[in-house]
Design a protein around this ligand. Structure first.
Ligand SMILES: [Mn+2]
Length: 328
């Protein structure tokens, strides 16, 4: 793999080629889509006419406000492209596609590379990569690339990039809300991004049924041994007409409880089956806990599926979490 400390490889790749595919990752969120769309708008502004944005999963309802979100397609066109950009992911599997019909591959991302990635055939074939795990969002890197390309950032690009950075910093609350990410956000606001309009779409547009489901779920809130948890049952889904997507961020609520280390959300997805989400307040590696049950994720956010009655599942999980808290 070619390591680039600057965007010079990207600049020549863009200048020397005509057709571009851009893809983010499966289950796309604001960073994946906002970054992809901003890059597409930038390339178009440079006069590149053949630019296609792909997403294996459709644009979520809540992100349809992103400028140009309508250009996102799920199926790649049949022809071969000059360059495919992988944005906010560094692994073909994460894109959800099996591969791309493109002569060259470029990666712009802020995630850690998989173990031994550098030795794999795929990475050796990558023409340009810019991976900065210190960047708050892929949106930060796309902002830098567009700046390096001397593209003036317009309102539509700014709205996409601001959303990307907003969601990946948890609304500028997480530890990655650095001086740099706030400075870029400030430039994006000056370029036309409107913080309240974007926040309203991202954080203040909860479907009514989802709020009703949250109310029922919050009534199950409990706390013990540094763990806070809530549960959503099949009965609650039935009563409110809500779906699993409507409970996407519910684990954030037990995480708000003071003096706990780990938050857990139990979502029933079968008569004797539960989908779990874990959040850490910063000390416990919940990815390890999820992995011990066959799941995965990151240090502070992870998930898994466990079969059994609610009591059985909770007993297993609480034992594992208690042990992990003790070991810190
Ligand atoms: Mn990201």
């Amino acid at each position: 793999m070619t390591k680039t400390k600057s965007f010079s490889k990207f600049i020549s790749l863009i200048k020397q080629n005509r057709s571009f595919l851009i893809t983010g990752h499966i289950n796309p969120e604001g960073d994946s889509l906002g970054s992809s769309l901003a890059l597409a708008l930038g390339l178009k502004k440079m006069g590149k006419k053949d630019v296609c944005v792909l997403s294996k999963d459709p644009v979520p309802e809540i992100l349809k406000f992103l400028p140009s979100s309508k250009i996102v397609r799920q199926k790649p066109p049949g022809k071969e492209f000059d360059v495919v950009f992988m944005v906010d992911c560094n692994d073909v599997e994460r894109t959800g596609y099996e591969g791309f019909r493109a002569k060259k591959t470029a990666i712009i991302d802020h995630h850690v590379l998989p173990a031994n990635a550098e030795k794999s055939e795929f990475y050796k074939s990558v023409s340009a990569s810019y991976i900065d795990i210190g960047a708050a969002a892929a949106g930060v890197l796309i902002y830098k690339l567009l700046t390096a390309l001397k593209i003036s950032i317009d309102k539509n690009m700014a709205t996409n990039l601001y959303t990307a950075i907003l969601v990946d910093t948890g609304g500028f609350r997480y530890s990655n809300a650095s001086a740099e990410s706030l400075k870029i956000a400030s430039h994006l606001v000056a370029a036309g991004a409107r913080p309240w309009d974007i926040s309203k779409e991202v954080y203040e547009s909860m479907p009514f049924r989802s709020m009703k489901l949250l109310g029922l779920s919050l009534s199950t809130l409990e706390r013990k041994d540094g763990i806070a948890w809530i549960t959503t049952t099949n009965g609650m889904f039935k009563k409110t007409g809500a779906t699993a997507e409507d409970s996407e961020d519910f684990v954030d609520f037990p995480r708000k409880v003071k003096d706990i280390e780990v938050a857990v959300f139990f979502r029933q997805n079968g008569a004797k089956s539960y989908k779990l989400s874990f959040r850490s307040k910063g000390k416990v590696n919940v990815q390890k806990i999820a992995k011990s049950f066959g799941g995965g994720g990151h240090f502070a956010a992870a998930g898994c599926k466990i079969n059994g009655s609610l009591k059985e599942v909770q007993n297993k999980v609480f034992r594992a979490v208690k042990k992990a808290i003790k070991e810190t």
